[in-house]
Structures are given as C-alpha cells and as structure tokens.
Write a protein that binds this ligand. Structure first.
Ligand code: 9MR
Length: 603
C-alpha cells in the first residue's frame, strides 16, 4: 500500500471509530480522582430514592447507597437523581455504577486523572499556530502535521465595501502579523479573543506555584519545537500569541481614517475622521471572504486584511503585554521591556480614543463586536498596576470600583473579573485586598449555590446556554479555583470538579465534549483542517480539544435541534458551527481547569 493510501486508511479508521452507545447513568467518562468528590447523575421520574451499587472490574459490589431524587431540572429537560459515591477511594479500573438494570459506562479511579488532559489541551495551541509548519515530531499522528499557513501574514487595511455598503478607505501601511494562533475552526487571528485566551494561560502560569506544582509545564513537558530552550513550555506557547498581539500595534506617528460611529447600536457609518492612530491595535487580521471547509491553512488563497483598530483590541493587547512584562522580567528582560513599552503606548492611545468600537460588518471573519469597553479598561489598568505598582493605576481602579464590584462572568467581551482575579492575588493595599478577596469568594459562593440548584450539579443554574457555553462553565471553574487559592474551602474545589465532570460526560447527552477523552467523545468539530468528516484526505482532530458546547439558541432555529432543552442543544456535526466549533478561548480555560485540578489533587 502506498504511503498516501495508508494515510487515508488510517483516517477512515479514526473517523469511523465507533462510540459506545449512551448509558443511562451519567459520569465523568475520563474517570475520578482517588481523593476527590465522585458524583453521577441518573435521569428518573421516580419520586423516592433508588438503591445503587458500585461494582469493580470483577463485578463484585464494593459500595452501595441510595440516590438523592432532585426532581425536574429545566436545563437538562429531565427529572434527575444524584448518586454520591465519594466515600470510595480505592484506585482501579472497570468500575460501574448500577441502579436496577441501568448501568454506567465502565470507569477508572486514579490518583491523577486530569494530568493527561491538561497536557493534551495545551497541545491544541501548538497545532493552531500560524506562520510555522506543524511538525510530525510534535503531533500525536503524522496526519496532523501540515505546512505553514499564512507565512508570511503581511497585510494592509481593508479597503472596499463592508456588508452594509460602507466604503472603507484603507491605509498606506502594512503590518507584518505573521505568527500567533488561528482563532478557531477559521483562520482569522483576532486580538480581542487572543487577549482573554493568553491571559488565561499566563494566569495559570502565575498561579501554578500556589497550587503546588510550579513545574507542571516545565521545559520539556510539552511536545514543542522550543522544548529544550530552558524556558517553561507554557510560556513558550503563550509567547507565540503575545508576539502576535504586539505585532498588531500601529507604529507611532501613523495617521489613519477611522469611523467614529462604528459599532454604536442604531448608528450608521456616515463619516471618517483622520486621527493619530499610533499605539492603537488592529482588531484582527483575516480573510476577505469566508473559506470553505476543508481548507488547510497553507491552501488559503483569500486576500488577508487588517481590520480597523478598536479601543477593545488595544486594551486587550495592553493587559496581556503588561502581564508579559512582569512574567518575562526574570526570563527575558529585553522581551519584558518590549511588552511594557507596547502596553504603555497602547494605554495612552486608548485614553486618547476611548470609544473606538469594533465594526462587525465585514465578511470573511467573526465580528467580536463589543459595545461596552469599560471592562477592558479595568482589565488593562489591573494588569498595568499589578506589573508597575504605579499609584495612578491604583487611583483609577479605586474610582472604577473594581475592589467592591469585581464583575460577573469572564468571556472574550467581559474582562472585568479577569482583571479582578489578577489583582486579588497581587500586592495591594491591605484594605483593597481584603474587600476584593471577600467579593471574589462571594461570587464563588453564589456559583456553589447554583450548583445546588442544577440537576447535573454544575456551578451554572441558568437555562440560557450561550455560544461556547462550555467555556462559560470552565471560566466559572477558574473563578472557583482562584477563590480556593484565597480560601481553600473543599466546596470551591468540588465545584471545579463538577464543572469538569459535566464537560467530560456527566451531562444529559452522555458525551465527553473533549476529543480523545472518555468513551463517547466529540469527534467531528467544525475545523478547516481537522476536517476528516468533511473530506477523508484531512485528519481527524487530535485529543484534548473541547467543543463550544450546547447553545440554547438552536432550540428556536429550524433544524435537528429545534425544541431542545438547553443542555441538549448540541450535535457532533462539523457543519454545526454554532455548537461544535473549537476555539482558543475555550481550550484555554480547559487547560487552566485541568491543570488546577491536577496540581491540587488530594487537597
Ligand atoms: O465566541 C463567539 C461567540 O461568543 C459569538 O456569539 C459568535 C458569533 O458572533 O462568535 C464566536 O466567535 C467566533 C468568531 O467570531 C470567529 N471564529 C470562531 C469563533 C467561535 O465560534
């Protein structure tokens, strides 16, 4: 058989890999920690408790108890019972839970079930790199290697008409934005989403010592071209995106025509104004038109453009560059200084242009429009203060009120709480610190409380499952993890475990949303290169990639998910980009959560 044919055969084998049929008792399919909480969920309309047993690999009953009936649950659309078998602590595999004739999938109890997940989830970022070849030595299957895409990625400003017919004038310069990570299933590179994703990974790095495992990603732990350069591998990976964010900044003294009315609800763009754009950051570099699926990065023939700078993009860069400045200070002082200079230039530019909103009317790439940039200002000021300790930033943060009101959920357009988490564990005047810390544990308490009202026991009791809901849940796990760092209450860590259990199978679809983990993992993501389901000449996805997850908007759209209960608005179909895409801001909190759990096991 020729090498090519062999490759195709391997692809067919992996994509056609059959899945276990759904089991009636839902568990974390990747297994449980010996010392951690252990919870399963059984859908049943029985009003009273039911007897459960746990058998080992030989079928011997090793534990038993009664289910806890919880009644109707709107998020899953089911009536559910909870099974708590946390008292079982013996390591082993082939365990099964039983209620009457219903049984769970077999599962393992091990000391460190989250260690391989943290590593695999980090590998996603290497494989999303732009501008460099993805080498066979650093991927799990040869088919996942590919030539460099967008090498180089040099572009000028978009000129032409947007979807609303507005004619954009373009600009007289080009920026070299080669490198960074592709955002998701598409090959756009967006500063806004790069911001939260990089903050998340760097935030994990800054906390790992406190979690008890400073060396979790030490040099050589990840499969990377930089694996023997003496620098932590997580930092090597994150630096790829930091460098991209810096490259998107406009040189000093640059004049540019911008649309002051862009992104304002109800306002049409009728005029352009020439400003001093030096220090501002372009929102994205992306294709003029959407490419089809599959399209390997190296085969993208679309014209790439820089899209207009925005205050939000600028402040995303500022925050991460400030974080870079304090992290690399002791590792690469030259890079750290470059980061701090870029952050200060960006901050000054954002103050000059505080209301330059993102125009989401270009085709060929995602919008990431954000009408409210107050939280981005808070985030950037928080990172700058944590790095420089300059009183001007502290004054601003006090006036902003972040110490008493640190915000709600973290997301690509909501960075207030991300800034607050950084501040809570940075040097601060005692009073600000005490206030902020108690507010953060207060938020964590509300998440724990939500878990008590959630049928599947997750720290998210709502029924509005947004696009990328898995990341909403994982971002709550980050808040709970930081709350645990502040005050190590078992309930905080248990809620992080619950979030992960849900992602890995304890959900009404009985699916692991992470490729390669569990007996019923997601297999067919919306991705232009991991597109075996669309075309067998392309590879199936690597392990460790999380799906965006249920999106309750699908319930009201005609199609296979119409009428779905929120947690079931999902299909494992590569065409279903509103539920089954993958993205850097979704895998980053997966890494954070898995690494937190692994570092704190037994505590
Ligand atoms: O994650 C984004 C989600 O919050 C938005 O609702 C959605 C629609 O605008 O876009 C998502 O981001 C996508 C981006 O625009 C383009 N790359 C893929 C991202 C994930 O689907």
């Amino acid at each position: 058989m020729s090498r090519r044919l062999l490759g195709v055969a391997a692809v067919i084998l992996t994509t056609a890999a059959t899945q276990a049929p759904p089991a009636p008792i839902r568990i974390d399919q990747a297994g449980f920690e010996t010392t951690g909480p252990k919870t399963a969920v059984l859908p049943s309309t029985q009003a009273g408790p039911l007897a459960w047993t746990l058998t080992d690999a030989r079928g011997k009953v090793v534990a038993s108890g009664e289910t806890i009936p919880l009644g109707a649950d709107a998020a899953s659309g089911e009536s559910v019972h909870r099974i708590d078998f946390g008292s079982v602590r013996a390591a082993g595999s082939g365990y099964r839970l039983h209620v009457g004739t219903a049984a769970s999938h077999p599962f393992a109890i091990t000391a460190r079930p989250f260690a391989p997940l943290a590593k695999a989830a980090m590998a996603f970022f290497y494989q999303q790199r732009s501008g460099v070849p993805i080498l066979p030595a650093f991927v799990e299957r040869k088919a996942l290697a590919r030539p460099a895409g967008h090498a180089p990625d040099i572009a000028t400003c978009f000129a032409g008409r947007d979807q609303k017919g507005v004619k954009w004038p373009g600009c007289s310069y080009k920026l070299d934005a080669t490198g960074g990570w592709y955002d998701a299933g598409d090959q756009g590179k967006y500063v806004v989403n790069g911001g939260v994703s990089t903050w998340t990974l760097l935030d994990l790095h800054e906390r790992l010592a406190a979690f008890g495992d400073a060396n979790a990603f030490a040099d050589g732990r990840l499969a990377l071209p930089e694996h023997a350069n003496g620098v932590d591998d997580l930092l090597d990976e994150a630096r790829v995106e930091v460098a991209f964010l810096l490259a998107m900044q406009i040189p000093d003294g640059t004049k540019l025509a911008v649309a002051p009315d862009a992104g304002i609800a109800g306002k049409a763009i009728t005029r352009f104004e020439t400003i001093d754009a030096g220090g501002l950051v372009h929102t994205k570099i992306a294709d003029e038109n959407w490419t089809g699926l599959p399209t390997a990065p190296a085969d993208d023939r679309q014209t790439r453009f820089l899209y207009p700078p925005s205050t939000a993009a600028t402040l995303n860069m500022v925050g991460v560059a400030a974080q870079c400045a304090r992290i690399w200070r002791s590792i690469d002082a030259v890079f750290a200084r470059r980061c701090l200079t870029a952050a200060r230039r960006g901050w000054a530019a954002a103050l000059r242009h505080p209301g330059l909103l993102t125009n989401s009317d270009f085709t060929g790439s995602g919008g990431y429009g954000d009408p409210d940039v107050r939280d981005e200002f808070t985030f950037a000021a928080a990172q700058l203060y944590a790095t420089t300790r300059e009183p001007a930033f502290l004054d601003r943060l006090r006036r902003d009120g972040v110490f008493t009101d640190p915000g709600a959920d973290i997301g690509w357009g909501s960075l207030r709480l991300a800034g607050a988490l950084t501040l809570a564990t940075s040097p601060l005047p005692a009073e600000d610190r005490a206030t902020l810390r108690s507010r953060i544990t207060g938020i964590a308490d509300t998440f724990v409380e939500e878990g008590r009202h959630s049928g599947y026991g997750i720290p998210f009791a709502g029924t509005n499952y947004p696009w990328g809901s898995n990341s909403t849940i994982l971002n709550r796990a980050i808040v709970l993890g930081v709350a645990w760092q502040i005050d190590p209450k078992p309930a905080y860590r248990a809620a992080v475990v619950a979030s992960m259990d849900y992602i890995l199978g304890r959900n009404p679809l009985d699916r692991s949303y992470v490729t390669g983990f569990g007996v019923r993992p997601m297999q067919h993501p919306h991705h232009r290169f991991w597109a075996a389901s669309a075309d067998p000449r392309y590879p199936a996805p690597p392990a460790g990639v999380v799906s965006g997850g249920p999106n309750s908007a699908a319930a009201t759209a005609p199609g296979p998910m119409q009428g779905c209960a929120p947690q079931t608005c999902w299909v494992d179909d590569y065409r279903a980009f509103t539920v089954n895409e993958v993205a850097i801001n979704w895998n980053a909190p997966l890494v954070w959560t898995a690494a937190f759990l692994d570092a704190t096991q037994g505590r």
